[in-house]
Design a binder for this molecule. Structure first.
Ligand code: SF4
Length: 343
């Protein structure tokens, strides 16, 4: 049940760097991830961010995104930048998507704009509109070709596989590239992954190039705060790559993709004040978060932090309070920060 939607704009004072579920994620490469929305049309049983049933959702003003993105690109260098729209939610629910893409192309240095979607809200008309604004690539989550099994995985009764496959064909016949990105759930969709490989090989046999239709099999990762598919033993990365090697041999297709395959390279990052785990920081609680035990902290104008609360928020009393919190996550590889309060 959605209780509230918070609109994040400049006036909200919610920083767009630092928080994992909204804003701009910088992993120190030429790919910059944008998370403009937290709403989702599904509640997949395996969703690692538990999207689709947040108590509070967030929608970010495209003007605010563009303003902050320009600052990042200034740091990184105005060349070979890919902007990847990858919300903790469904991008097709973002009503300002077309406007945002148009505005992104105005920024010097961006040469790829890609987006991640579950595909169910795509239609011929919407694909046409995305083509008109020159979207470069769609990454589509598709874990099975069976409608019944997809209904189970996505915890819905309305998964329309026929329509999704039609959308795939509309994308293939547009100027937009397509990357099918199934998650491999060991012991659950082993055969389905092979069906998808065969489906892609068949499309390539029909003349679609390796760039036009790509496949990127993802490892199933379990997170503490995510939903979990029952009775799955996660495998090691070693096992995952061994399995991909086996499938590569069987089907004579490249499945192990690395940074080079996506043109990813290192670039300068936005400043996260060199914060480390266990550091104590002063911050202002600027907004509630997605759940009662989560808030957004503002460290400074630019930098926010996800703040986990030991006791659930029962009123808005904490909002606008200046507090001291303890950093519990500050990864040198990205600009995502988490703190806890009280500690
Ligand atoms: S996995 Fe994707 S589509 Fe499914 S609930 Fe999570 S964000 Fe939504």
């Amino acid at each position: 049940m959605v209780n509230e939607v918070i609109y994040v704009n400049k006036k909200s004072e919610i920083p767009l760097f630092g928080v994992d579920f909204i804003g701009i994620i910088d992993r120190g490469t030429n790919i910059i991830e944008i998370k403009p929305i937290t709403l989702c049309n599904l509640q997949c049983r395996y969703c690692f961010v538990s999207a689709g049933d947040y108590e509070t959702n967030f929608i970010v003003d495209p003007n605010y995104i563009v303003e902050k993105l320009e600052e990042v690109i200034e740091i990184k260098g105005k060349y070979d930048i890919e902007v990847h729209l990858a919300p903790y939610g469904e991008i097709m629910l973002y009503s300002e998507l077309i406007e945002l893409i148009k505005m992104l192309w105005e920024i010097e240095g961006i040469n790829i704009i890609s987006m991640q979607t579950n595909g169910l809200l795509l239609t011929r008309e919407r694909i046409k509109k995305l083509e008109e604004v020159n979207l470069t690539r769609i990454n589509l989550s598709l874990n099975t070709l069976s409608e019944e099994f997809a209904n189970y995985l996505c915890n819905t009764k309305d998964y329309n596989m026929k329509e999704l496959l039609e959308s795939i064909h509309f994308i293939l016949d547009s100027n937009i590239d397509l990357l099918i990105a199934p998650v491999w759930f060991p012991g659950k969709n082993d055969k389905d992954i092979e069906d998808i490989i065969e489906f892609i090989m068949d499309l390539r046999d029909k003349g679609y190039s390796e760039k036009k239709i790509q496949i990127g099999i993802q490892k199933y990762l379990i997170y503490k705060t995510g939903r979990k598919l029952g009775r799955i033993r996660t495998k090691t990365w070693g096992y995952f790559y061994k399995r991909l090697s086996g499938l590569e041999k069987k089907y004579n297709i490249k499945l192990k993709l690395g940074p080079n395959d996506f043109g990813i390279h290192k670039r300068k990052s936005v400043d996260t004040l060199s914060l480390k785990k266990n550091d104590l920081i002063k911050l202002e609680i600027i907004s509630k978060g997605r759940w009662k035990r989560e808030c957004i902290g503002k460290i400074n104008e630019k930098l926010g932090i996800k703040l986990l609360l030991k006791k659930p928020l029962i009123s808005d009393d904490l909002i606008r309070k200046h507090i001291k919190a303890k950093v519990i996550k500050a990864n040198y590889k990205d600009n995502i920060l988490t703190a806890i309060y009280p500690f």
